[in-house]
Design a protein around this ligand. Structure first.
Ligand SMILES: Cc1cc2nc3c(=O)[nH]c(=O)nc-3n(C[C@H](O)[C@H](O)[C@H](O)COP(=O)(O)O)c2cc1C
Length: 143
């Protein structure tokens, strides 16, 4: 059975709302969906999945959250070659720089980005973004 894993970090819940909507969209017959906080995920979850979505808000100054998400992303850099991958997350006052950098970083590791711009929400996802999350989930399930 095809396995889709959605792994995220979220401080105030906005990226988590996106993750749940993506998981909802991905839940179709014949697809096993797992939704994991990064604190309970390991590089093996990425290795053992056919399709992976990673979520993290813009933190610090346009970087990934540094205590858990950044080390996790480092740990998967060597296993994402050829992997179907999507990136998502919430941001605030910036212009999405963290996401552009993250997309470029994963592409340079050889990941096959499903959506090469990354899916972003400004703070809490509104109905339109939630619809885009669900649609991304559907694309993960059929990728
Ligand atoms: C410590 C900290 C640093 C942040 N740095 C940025 C930033 O550099 N650029 C930006 O656009 N938003 C920044 N934000 C705003 C968050 O990305 C935004 O609040 C987002 O919705 C948080 O997502 P979450 O609810 O999933 O944690 C920062 C927030 C915090 C708490």
């Amino acid at each position: 059975m095809k396995k889709v894993s959605i792994i995220y970090w979220s401080g105030t819940g906005n990226t988590e709302i996106m993750a749940k909507a993506i998981a909802d969209g991905a839940k179709i017959d014949e697809v096993e969906v797992s939704l994991l906080s990064v604190s309970e995920a390991s590089a093996d979850d990425v290795k053992n999945s056919d399709v992976v979505a990673l979520g993290c808000p813009s933190m610090g100054a346009e970087v990934l959250e540094e205590a858990e998400m950044e080390p996790f992303v480092e740990s998967i850099e060597s296993v994402v070659k050829g992997k179907k991958l999507a990136l998502f997350g919430s941001y605030g006052w910036g212009d999405g720089e963290w996401m552009r950098n993250w997309v470029e970083r994963m592409e340079s590791c050889g990941a096959q980005l499903i959506d090469d711009e990354g899916l972003m929400a400004n703070y809490e996802p509104d109905e339109e973004v939630l619809g885009n999350c669900k649609e991304l989930g559907e694309r993960l399930a059929s990728a």
